[in-house]
Write a protein that binds this ligand. Sequence first.
Ligand code: CTP
Length: 395
Amino acid sequence: MKVILGIGGGIAAYKAAELARALVEREMTVQVVMTRAAREFVRPLTFAALTGRKVITGMFDPDGAIEHIRLAQESDVLVVAPATANLLAKFAHGLADDFLSTLYLAFTGPVALAPAMNSNMWLHPATQANLETLRARGHHILDPEDGPLACGMTGPGRLADPLRIATFIQALAERRRDMEGETVLVTAGPTQEPLDPVRFISNRSSGKMGYALAEAAAARGARVILISGPVRLAAPPGVTLVRVRTASQMRAAVMEHFEQAGIIVKAAAVADYHLASVPAMKIKKTAARISLELDPTPDILAEVGRKKGSRLLIGFAAETENLVQEARRKLESKNCDMVVANLVGQEGTGFESDRNEVVLVLKTGEMVPLPAASKREIAGRIFDHALRLRLALAQ
Ligand code: CTP
């Protein structure tokens, strides 16, 4: 696998070294191309040492003029990290005034762009319009993360985690793109049900399983809509994130988007009860016992189950006992095609863990135990079985 790593001129250029290293560790041949501005931040020698190849720095390097065509033809993926606002603008408009922008025009394979910049530059309508153009061209935009920035501001603009970029690039390079053309809707995380303006009821879901599913589907080429309750996770690369807080907001978002999807995965731990009318003022403490009267929230999975048509519907069942029986009951009562059942309340798997151990209960009557593995691996296996199940159900 041959990857071109284009590096733009931003402070995040130093993180591209970690990315180069991660790509090499994944056994990819990495050809680094640096813009003039990138070389102001990091020296080419760093990348030459990491990749074992001479870094291309300019159009007029010896052989530069023909190199960009040859390099474009023999490479599997072009990733640009950090992609500055300037580079995004040049790519969007087809400007070719240096090696990287010229190479971009000559390259016909998959392109992944990992922007990093100041929040105001990222949010500027010009940058957003350029991103829209690049997305429409089918490029993968690996959205920046929120957080403190080198300029002192806090907000969106930090380069996505280099290791996650590397995993995404590996999947692109391997062209394990068996979900291309597919739209997948995933719900993730807990919901929060307010009790008053400052308090809420929620649960221990971390969102990790849902985010792993979104990441796995996107890496395999699917368009992914991720509807997420409040979690501390960055949106996986290339995924459209819709943030919600309550069960009823999650329901509204799912109802708005599910018709576009061929596969719907409901990994969210939706609160089952909420306070139907939330007081406008904070509940004051008194010496007396208080009680809350809670009403059931809408069962989103069951509602999608009634409306799903031929869409593949995957539910989750987190149980503390009678795992398979409960999963089978939910499969039938909510009209799912698959229920991913996991035992919760154990050490090392489940809610807050990075690992999980689940049983897939399928509409065909099959039961597939998946041994303990990382949530990312489990996510991949769930989609392997989902694609197979869909074929089986179509016959
Ligand atoms: N779910 C949902 N809407 C709700 C509650 C649950 O869409 N209001 C979905 C979850 O996303 C999950 C599945 O239903 O995919 C099962 O959730 P779970 O909490 O295990 O089941 P419940 O139906 O709530 O049943 P119980 O709490 O009695 O086990």
